[in-house]
Write a protein that binds this ligand. Structure first.
Ligand code: ATP
Ligand code: MG
Length: 249
């Protein structure tokens, strides 16, 4: 077993909450309402992963499985500019974009297959100077939610999601990579999915994702990140800000 890496978020409180950063060889689930900041944080992590370790990164490249077409290269450029300011260095946004490999997933089956493709790409990059150290699935649950509707589909959906998560865990283990998945929760009770405080994917995600982060909006650009039911860390909350420059204290 390789030594677990820690990916820093850009927000100190957030890093402390996670025991130093987002761990490799683990799945971290971010769940929260529409607009809570899940995709923004994912973009930031895609940038930070590429930093050298002494700057809180993993010196690696990134694969994003994008199911809602929400990846924005311009946002990456803004965040790289933010890092250049923070570290007083001239980071090249084009270089960062080059190391983020984005694949659109058109449906849930395609999404599952893309993990195999990711594994192949990771194998190809394994002995380069930028091995894959982060895979993001944003959103993990949207396709499943849209496709499996109505009674009688629940068991099938959970089984597929479960397999998908196990594939992702395996990816993280074999590549010493972090795995980030997002999961939208409804503000209002949902007729089919029930309890709004329980994310879609419910129990199965609860057991498979090692770290579960509930993200919610606060005043202005502030976000509250809550660590829920961690097997090895105390529950707690952190305040992070989402600005044009990216995630910060
Ligand atoms: P969903 O569940 O719909 O996917 P989400 O949790 O992924 O939502 P995000 O898209 O990450 O939500 O968050 C959108 C919010 O991020 C915006 O409402 C805004 O507050 C903030 N945001 C987006 N872009 C910028 C920017 N360039 N500068 C500052 N804040 C931004
Ligand atoms: Mg999003």
């Amino acid at each position: 077993r390789m030594e677990v890496g820690k990916l820093r978020t850009g927000c100190e409180e957030f890093d402390e909450l996670m025991g130093g950063g987002i761990e490799t060889q683990s799945i971290t689930e971010m769940y929260g309402e529409f607009g809570s900041g899940k995709t923004q944080i994912a973009h930031q992590l895609a940038v930070n992963t590429q930093l050298p370790r002494d700057m809180g990164g993993l010196d690696g490249s990134v694969i994003i499985i994008d199911t809602e077409n929400t990846f924005r290269p311009e946002r990456i450029e803004q965040m790289v500019a933010g890092l250049s300011q923070k570290f007083e260095q001239d980071f090249d946004p084009a270089e960062f974009l080059k190391n983020i490999h984005v694949a659109r997933a058109y449906n849930s089956n395609h999404q599952i297959l893309l993990v195999d493709a990711a594994m192949e790409m990771a194998n190809n990059l394994k002995n380069t100077d930028k091995p894959v150290r982060l895979v993001i699935v944003d959103s993990l649950t949207a396709h499943f939610r849209a496709e499996y509707v109505g009674r009688g589909t629940l068991a099938d959906r959970q089984q597929k999601l479960n397999k998908h998560l196990h594939d992702l865990q395996r990816f993280g283990d074999l590549n010493n990579a972090s795995v980030i998945v997002t999961n939208q929760v409804m503000s209002k009770p949902d007729a089919f999915f029930g309890d709004p405080t329980r994310p879609i994917g419910g129990h199965i995600l609860g057991h498979t994702a090692t770290f579960r982060l509930y993200i919610r909006k606060s005043k202005g650009d502030k976000r509250i990140v809550k660590l829920v039911d961690s097997p090895c860390l105390p529950d707690g909350e952190a305040v992070a800000c989402i600005t044009t420059d990216g995630l910060c204290d």
